[in-house]
Design a protein around this ligand. Structure first.
Ligand code: ASP
Length: 446
C-alpha cells in the first residue's frame, strides 16, 4: 500500500493542507474578532453587519455542512466496521483476547488520565480564590444553559448509561444517536455472523463489506473538504468569542490543558514506545489529520470517519484491529473527557469549599472512568455526565455554569486527546497480533 501517497490531495499532503486551513481560520478569526466585534455603551458585545453576514452566509454553513456529512457517515460506519471487525477476528478466542486487551487499555489508560487531572487540581488549587463577583457574573451568564445540562444529567446517571448499552430497539438507538447501543447490537451481530457458517451469512458479510467500502470511499471524498471546513470552523469560534472569555478562569483552563498535555505528550508516547513499539514522532505525524479534525469539530463521533481512515490506511496496524478499537473507542475510550470530568468535579468542590477526602476522590476517579465510557462523542457530551457526578458528591450541579464560557476551547483539546487515545489503543492492542490475512483487501485507498 502506498502509505506515502495516502492523504495527498492536489499535490500537497492532506495534513499539511489541514494545518494551513487551521492557521488561516485562526488568523482570520482573530482579525475578524478584533475588527468585527465592538462593545456598546452598555458593555454588551455587538457583531458588526459584515461579520454577522460572513458568519451567517459563509463560514457557519460551510462548517455545518461538513459536520453533517461526517455525522451522516457515522451510523453505517459504526455498524459495518464493528460487524466486519468481529467477523475478521473470527475465532472466539482471538476475539476474547482482543476484546479483553481493548477493555484493559480503556480502563487502565483512562484511569491514568483521570489521576493526572486529579493530582493537577490538588496541586494547583484552581478553584480557590476566584473573585466572587466574577464568579457570580459567569454563573449568571450561563445559568439557563446550565439548567438544561443539569436536567439531562439526571438522565445520564451511571445506571441509565449502563441500561442504554443494551438497546430494546436498535433502530431507535440509531435514531437517538445512542452509539453505544448501536455498537452493542453490531458486536452481537458480528459474533453471530462469525459463528454461523451458511451461504446466507457469507452473502450478508459480503454486503456489509460493500457498505463499509462505499462509506470509506465517501469519507475519502468528504475529507478532501476538511482543510476548508477546518478553516471555517475555527474562524466561527474565534470570530465570535475571541480569547477574552478564557481570562477570568485562566488558572482552571491552564490546569485542564496542562493535564491534558501531560497525557497526550508524556503518557501516550510512553505507551507507544514501550508497549506499541512505535516511534511516537512518526505516530503523531500520521495522526495529524485526526487530531486536527477532532480539534476543529470537538466531536469524537464526527472524527470517527477520519480516525478509521488513518487506522486503516496510514497507521500500518492490522485493519481488523483498527476497525474494532477505533469504532468502540470513539464513544467508550475518552481519556481526555474522563480527565476533564475529574478536573471539573474537584475544581467546583474547591470553589464551593467542599472538602473531598482521599476515599471520595478515589470514588470520583472511578465515576470519571465510567463517565469517559458513558459520555457521548459530541461537543459538550461530557457536561451532563459531570452534572450527574456533581450531584453524587453533594456539589451544586448548577456550578457547571461557571465553566461553560471556556468549555468549548477545552472541548477541542480533550476531543483531540480522546481520538488520539483510540489510535494509541490500536497500536497497543495490535502488539503481538498477527497481520491481516492476505485476502483482506477491503477498502483499498482510492
Ligand atoms: N466532545 C467530546 C468528544 O466528542 C466529549 C466531551 O468531552 O464533551 O470526544
Amino acid at each position: 500500500m502506498g502509505v506515502g501517497n495516502v492523504g495527498e490531495a492536489g499535490g500537497m499532503a492532506l495534513h499539511t493542507k489541514m494545518l494551513l486551513g487551521f492557521a488561516a481560520g485562526a488568523v482570520a478569526g482573530g482579525l475578524a474578532f478584533s475588527f468585527g466585534q465592538v462593545v456598546d455603551v452598555d458593555g454588551v458585545q455587538q457583531t458588526l453587519p459584515w461579520l454577522a453576514a460572513t458568519l451567517q452566509w459563509v463560514t457557519q454553513p460551510v462548517g455545518s455542512i461538513f459536520l453533517n456529512l461526517l455525522f451522516m457517515l457515522v451510523l453505517p460506519l459504526v455498524f459495518s466496521a464493528l460487524v466486519l471487525g468481529v467477523v475478521e477476528i473470527g475465532d472466539p478466542k482471538a476475539l476474547g483476547r482482543i476484546g479483553g486487551k481493548t477493555l484493559a487499555f480503556i480502563l487502565v489508560v483512562t484511569g491514568i488520565a483521570v489521576t493526572i487531572g486529579l493530582v493537577a487540581v490538588n496541586l494547583f488549587q484552581p478553584g480557590v480564590g476566584i473573585d466572587p463577583a466574577v464568579a457570580q457574573k459567569l454563573i449568571a451568564e450561563s445559568s439557563s444553559q446550565a439548567a438544561g445540562i443539569v436536567q439531562s444529567g439526571e438522565a445520564a446517571s451511571p445506571m441509565q448509561v449502563l441500561l442504554s448499552i443494551v438497546p430494546r430497539n436498535p433502530l431507535a438507538a440509531g435514531v437517538e444517536n445512542n452509539l453505544i447501543g448501536v455498537m452493542f447490537f453490531a458486536l452481537l451481530f458480528g459474533i453471530g455472523a462469525a459463528t454461523v457458517k451458511t451461504e446466507g451469512v457469507r452473502t450478508f458479510v459480503g454486503t456489509i463489506q460493500g457498505v463499509y467500502d462505499i462509506t470509506l470511499k465517501l469519507i475519502n471524498a468528504v475529507i478532501r473538504l476538511a482543510p476548508y471546513a477546518v478553516a471555517a470552523l475555527i474562524f466561527n469560534l474565534i470570530a465570535v468569542k475571541g480569547f477574552a472569555a478564557l481570562l477570568p478562569l485562566a488558572k482552571f483552563v491552564a490546569v485542564a490543558i496542562g493535564a491534558l498535555a501531560v497525557h497526550m505528550f508524556v503518557v501516550f508516547p510512553l505507551l507507544l514506545w514501550f508497549i506499541g513499539r512505535m516511534n511516537p514522532i512518526e505516530f503523531f505525524k500520521k495522526a495529524e489529520p485526526v487530531i486536527l479534525t477532532a480539534f476543529s469539530t470537538s466531536s469524537s463521533s464526527a472524527t470517527l470517519p477520519t480516525t478509521l481512515r488513518v487506522a486503516e490506511e496510514v497507521l500500518g496496524t492490522p485493519k481488523r484491529i483498527g476497525r474494532f478499537v477505533c469504532t468502540l473507542g470513539a464513544t467508550a475510550n475518552m481519556n481526555g473527557t474522563a480527565l476533564f470530568e475529574g478536573v471539573v468535579v474537584l475544581f467546583l468542590a474547591q470553589f464551593f469549599g467542599i472538602e473531598l477526602s482521599f476515599a471520595q476522590q478515589v470514588l470520583v476517579l472511578l465515576m470519571c472512568i465510567l463517565g469517559g465510557i458513558g459520555a457521548a462523542g459530541v461537543p459538550g457530551g461530557s457536561l451532563p455526565v459531570i452534572a450527574s457526578i456533581l450531584v453524587m458528591f453533594g456539589i451544586p450541579p448548577e456550578g457547571i455554569a461557571l465553566i461553560l464560557g471556556v468549555d468549548r476551547f477545552i472541548d477541542m483539546c480533550r476531543t483531540a486527546v480522546n481520538v488520539t487515545g483510540d489510535l494509541v489503543g490500536t497500536v497497543v492492542v495490535s502488539r503481538g497480533e498477527p497481520p491481516d490475512p492476505v485476502h483482506d483487501e477491503a477498502a483499498k485507498p482510492a
